[in-house]
Design a protein. Structure first.
Length: 497
């Protein structure tokens, strides 16, 4: 029989009374037999379903780490004007910084998730946070020594390891610790925390530099006073040290308490692990031969990856319209904040309407398409507006586009798990992440081409075209939800909410 209880009712569970940093329960002999690629039959003591309040602590730590990683990832593009003035870096060189993260993430995702599948979530989180500490430390070295961008690029390769873990394992964390009714929302918190951090970076940079950088300052950088340049350098130092302090806080929290899995699973379908494909190579092969999964990978790249690349370069993209660095930073921040809120609402709707995830994703993308069409007309000057009204429209349209296109990422992860079932969620998330970062990298490669660097009009056109393609491709994906079907097929009157 199943029992479904919260921590408050688990009075006889001795493992719940263990000290805070006691991880003995992770070493249980009930672990799957990875070498033989099969899962053991559960003993009677394991035929229970329990929820633990500690899952909210894990979600908080995971989310805060995602915010820190997003902040670090988007530290430099919003400061493009300041970096040109202070260190004589070019827009092309600055765009290479997040590009180093994206390509590293795509390369290390598969081997890292293989290790996570064998050693658990705690191992993966420790690897990711130590990599982020190394990356931030190299950034500190860069700004205090030769200002060589190569030092920074090496650091951002380490940051790519963190990106791989945080984006690939969001579904794994939600399925390991959360019930079906909270799963998509938990995935949204994990994935959108990174996006919120990216938005946070839009404002922390310009705020800490405390200097309004305009297009005129960048063009006439050789005529600026020494005092002005020094104030810009000091502001850049503040941002980098803030990044390092935030990352060190996350390190302490993860080391203190972040277990790999609960003593008992959170849902009845998780008790059926013998149906899962646990072999890593077998799982990869199953996914790569699944045409529906390939379509979902393309949809993920065309929506989330393209929109987040476009948004991270909004400072350079809106500069020809006369929009300053600080204003562009606020547009980026508010766009990310509302995108995160929109993602939570969309995910909550998907949790409520369990078999309508594809339809919800199409509605969200359609909303983004309407707004990006108007935005293209403005950036191409098909529509001309007075400066004050132009800024207002840029705020509204950019925010709405980010909500429409950015909110679908958690749905893509969950749809991927349904399409790829019975492959493990961690491996599914890994391949979705690789696809997203490959599209991110491709976007930055296009930007690095001199012809496209000088003419930023292509950014909005590319985002529009990819969004329309993704909307159409979703029609080819079948509405099939085997994990939800399994959960409902094991319903019992003895299960209490």
């Amino acid at each position: 029989m199943f029992s479904y209880v919260e921590d408050s009712s688990i009075q006889t569970d001795n493992k719940e009374k263990d000290p805070l940093i006691n991880y003995d329960f992770e070493l249980s002999s009930q672990k799957p037999d990875v070498q033989n690629n099969v899962s053991p039959n559960h003993s009677d003591s394991r035929q229970e379903v329990k929820l633990y309040r500690r899952r909210w602590w894990l979600l908080f730590v995971y989310g805060l780490t995602g915010i820190a990683k997003g902040q670090v990832y988007n530290t430099w593009p919003p400061l493009s004007g300041s970096l040109i003035i202070a260190y004589d870096w070019s827009d092309v060189a600055i765009a290479q910084i997040p590009g180093a993260t994206t390509i590293t993430c795509a390369v290390v995702s598969l081997p890292l998730m293989y290790l996570v599948q064998r050693k658990g979530l705690r191992f993966g989180m420790l690897v990711s946070i130590f990599s982020l500490v190394i990356g931030c430390s190299l950034a500190v070295i860069c700004i205090n020594t030769s200002h060589s961008i190569w030092i920074l690029l090496i650091g951002y390769c380490f940051n790519g390891v963190t990106s791989s873990m945080l984006t690939s394992s969001s579904s794994l964390l939600s399925v390991t610790w959360f019930p079906v009714s909270e799963r998509t929302t938990a995935t949204a918190v994990c994935t959108m925390s990174l996006q919120f951090g990216i938005g946070f970076g839009f404002i922390t940079g310009p705020y800490f530099t405390d200097v309004q950088i305009t297009d005129g300052n960048v063009i006439n950088s050789t005529n600026l006073t020494e005092g002005f340049i020094q104030s810009v350098v000091t502001g850049i130092h503040r941002v980098v040290y803030f990044d390092l302090a935030l990352v060190l806080l996350c390190l302490v929290m993860i080391v203190a308490y972040f277990p790999s899995e609960p003593p008992y699973p959170p849902s009845k379908s998780q008790l059926q692990n013998e149906t899962m494909i646990t072999g890593y190579a077998e799982g990869v092969k199953s996914l790569l031969l699944n045409k529906q999964f390939w379509v979902l990978l393309i949809v993920t790249g065309f929506t989330y990856a393209t929109s987040i690349s476009w948004l991270s370069l909004v400072s350079a993209g809106y500069r020809p319209l006369g929009v300053g660095q600080e204003t562009a930073g606020w547009i980026g921040l508010l766009s990310i904040i509302f995108s995160v809120l929109g993602s939570l609402l969309v995910s909550k709707a998907a949790d409520h309407f369990l078999r309508k995830s594809k339809l919800i994703a199409q509605i969200s993308i359609g909303f983004g398409i309407v707004n990006i069409v108007i935005l293209v007309c403005i950036t191409q000057r098909y529509i001309t507006l007075p400066v004050n009204i132009l800024i207002v429209f840029l705020y509204i349209l950019t925010i709405n586009t980010s909500i429409g296109l950015g909110s679908v990422l958690p749905l893509c992860y969950e749809l991927g798990c349904e399409i790829g079932y019975p492959v493990k969620e961690g491996l599914v998330g890994c391949l979705v992440t690789i696809a997203a970062y490959l599209f991110l990298f491709l976007y930055y490669v296009i930007y690095l081409t001199p012809a496209f660097t000088n003419d930023t009009h292509w950014m909005s056109w590319t985002t529009l075209g990819c969004s329309v393609a993704a909307f159409i491709l979703l029609f080819t994906i079948k509405d099939h939800y085997p994990r939800i079907d399994m959960e409902e097929s094991h319903s019992t009157d003895n299960v209490a909410d």
